[in-house]
Design a protein around this ligand. Structure first.
Ligand code: ADP
Length: 604
């Protein structure tokens, strides 16, 4: 869609005009003013006036060969050419009693020149300052905010090359939901006749990069209506009242352009709960109030649909989500396996890709990636192909770029000592072996001990064969065992611990804690929630909600759980010691081995 920018005149524009006016005045009007003051006379007149003692002040300008003089009252300035070497001139001047003091007779009236060079610019600047501040005041408040206080919403007008639903891969449920809106915008009468009314506001909720903005644009593209887009943070400005005025203007414009779609991205920037805390953000609250008022104010079925996106739905003010406002909520989740494959294919259309590329394998490798990350993976792969002088993207480009997106670039000059390399090889094989030996764990896809810029010295990529929506207690325990497998291998072979396991420890602890405090997988606590999750789409931080004694008990259970799995991992490795050695040596030699290679050695 084409974005239409509203012409906006910055302050500098007005000051520029003033400067231009001053310059023109100085160059054109000033000389004219000056000339008017001076009367040209002939030399004879000058001599006559001298004789009749009618001269006031006289200045002989030898270089220009002229005399500038005034009459007795200094009211008129005269100029005359001079006779060279006129011996009588000095005497005549002396006799006339004219004064010579003041070397220059100012050819302009001193008052005029003062006004022009000092007073006028100051007056002009003050006037423009006044004008601007008056406009600011108007912008800041009052229902008659006239032209100012404009929302700086980007307006996209309908155009044939707008984004369509077909450009958004996966997210079928969200698309289904939005199709109804599109249908309504096409044919509102169908809904009106039966008395059904569309929700005024629709909230798109999901983690970052899952295509919320894209879906909103696609809805506008499909319904072929204007699309106003604005980010929540753009409303909140330095001056209190500005945001409210912007909301008003946005809705005014939207109503004029109806039917249309208004999209507010990151609505949590203005829609956060008003909790009456001291030092709250007045501007934000006023903006929110105005938004609520506007949403109530317009009639249903006016053809204005408001879409908003957020990844922190729990922080929104309940007033915003009540019926009549943003009452429909469309979840836009991370794509599943099929969704990932489709997204990859959509983005692969924009680059030249080898025909043999297996997108479903790439999609399986990139488990947990968002749409934006998948788009990034394709782009990284294309960049890699260019770097290596290829004319199209190959499977290996894509696989490598997944690793780049997950783990960072290969560190070219990181040199591990032999001992370190061996430890890393055993550590990674430890993970993989424990994962493979537990029946429910997903097989490994790839193991590598090439250091990455993210700091990882090596990693094991596990592959999920299908989608997992539920995880059993056993699966979670196995996962913890797999995480401890790396450290277990180090202990078994080198009888010491290294710092390489810090990330594993963090993840294992998080899982174990969640099992006990949130999933009710501890007998002692039954089905009691001991933790609440705050930002489920942004990292999912949890905060404890229990007494101190319970906390102590939780900690004990977490330790016991991890310990048990650690022992289990140790046992698996001990039982398969010869395979562990063989695999670790193989990895040490080759630095990267594939899942198939791993399995064939394990089963061989
Ligand atoms: P959000 O608003 O949810 O943070 P965006 O809509 O801005 O995410 O998506 C960012 C980018 O990710 C898009 O420009 C697009 O390239 C890609 N993307 C995300 N989801 C999808 C999808 N379902 N299909 C195709 N591309 C997607």
């Amino acid at each position: 869609m084409n974005e239409v920018k509203r012409p906006k005149k910055p302050l500098i524009f007005y000051y520029g005009i003033v400067m231009l006016a001053l310059l023109l005045f100085n160059f054109l009007a000033m000389p004219w003013l000056m000339q008017r003051q001076v009367q040209n006379v002939d030399y004879g007149t000058f001599l006559d006036m001298a004789e009749n003692k009618e001269l006031g002040r006289v200045e002989v300008q030898q270089q220009e060969n002229q005399i500038v003089f005034t009459n007795k009252d200094n009211t008129v300035i005269y100029k005359t050419g001079m006779m060279p070497n006129d011996q009588n001139l000095t005497q005549a001047l002396k006799d006339s009693g004219a004064s010579f003091e003041g070397e220059i007779i100012e050819q302009t009236n001193p008052i005029v020149s003062f006004v022009v060079s000092w007073v006028l610019p100051i007056v002009l600047f003050i006037a423009i300052g006044e004008y601007m501040s008056k406009k600011m005041m108007q912008r800041a408040g009052g229902p008659n905010a006239m032209m100012f206080g404009k929302s700086n919403a980007k307006i996209y007008v309908k155009s044939s090359e707008g984004i369509k639903f077909s450009d958004v891969a996966g997210e079928d449920e969200a698309k289904e939901n939005l199709r109804e809106i599109v249908d309504y915008l096409h044919n509102p009468n169908k809904y009106r006749e039966i008395g059904a009314s569309m929700p005024k506001g629709i909230l798109l909720v999901g983690p970052p990069g899952t295509g919320k903005t894209m879906l909103a644009k696609a809805a506008a593209g499909e319904s072929n209506v204007p699309f106003f887009s604005m980010s929540g943070s753009e409303f909140v400005e330095m001056f209190v009242g500005m945001g409210a005025s912007k909301v008003r203007d946005l809705f005014k414009q939207a109503k004029e352009k109806a039917p249309c779609i208004v999209f507010i991205d990151e609505i949590d920037a203005i829609g956060q709960k008003r909790d009456g805390r001291l030092g709250g953000n007045d501007e934000r609250e006023q903006t929110l109030n105005q938004l609520l008022t506007e949403m109530d104010g317009f009639e249903e079925n006016t053809g204005v649909i408001i879409l908003a996106a957020t990844n922190r739905p729990e922080s929104l003010d309940p007033a915003l989500t009540r019926p009549g406002r943003f009452d429909r909520r469309i979840p836009v989740e991370l794509p599943d396996l099929k969704g990932r494959e489709e997204i990859l294919k959509v983005h692969a259309k924009k680059v030249k890709v080898d025909e043999k590329v297996d997108f479903s394998k790439i999609a399986r490798m990139a488990s947990g990636a968002s749409g934006a990350e998948l788009a990034n993976i394709i782009n990284e792969a294309a960049l890699r192909a260019v770097r290596d002088g290829r004319r199209f993207v190959t499977q290996s480009d894509l696989e490598e770029s997944i690793e780049v997106v997950i783990a960072g670039y290969q560190k070219k000059n990181a040199i591990l000592t032999d001992e370190e390399k061996k430890i890393v090889a055993y550590h990674e094989i430890g993970h993989a072996l424990v994962a493979a030996k537990q029946t429910n764990s997903a097989p490994v896809q790839k193991i590598t001990i090439v250091p990455r810029t993210s700091g990882a010295l090596g990693y094991t990529m596990q592959v999920e064969e299908g989608n997992h929506y539920l995880m059993s207690q056993e699966e979670l325990e196995n996962k913890i065992a797999t995480l401890t497998g790396g450290r277990a291998a180090e202990e078994l072979i080198f009888h010491s611990a290294s710092t390489g396991a810090s990330n594993d420890i963090e993840q294992a602890t998080k899982l174990a804690r969640a099992m006990i405090t949130r999933y009710g997988m501890s007998k002692d606590f039954d089905m009691v929630a001991l933790e609440t999750v705050q930002n489920q789409y942004l990292g999912g931080d949890a905060s404890l909600a229990c007494s101190e004694q319970t906390q102590t008990e939780i900690d004990k259970q977490v330790v016991a759980l991890v310990k048990k799995q650690h022992e289990k991992a140790m046992k698996i490795l001990e039982d398969n010691r010869s395979k562990l050695d063989e695999l670790a040596n193989h990895l040490y030699e080759k630095e990267t081995i594939s899942g198939e290679e791993f399995m064939s050695i394990l089963n061989g």
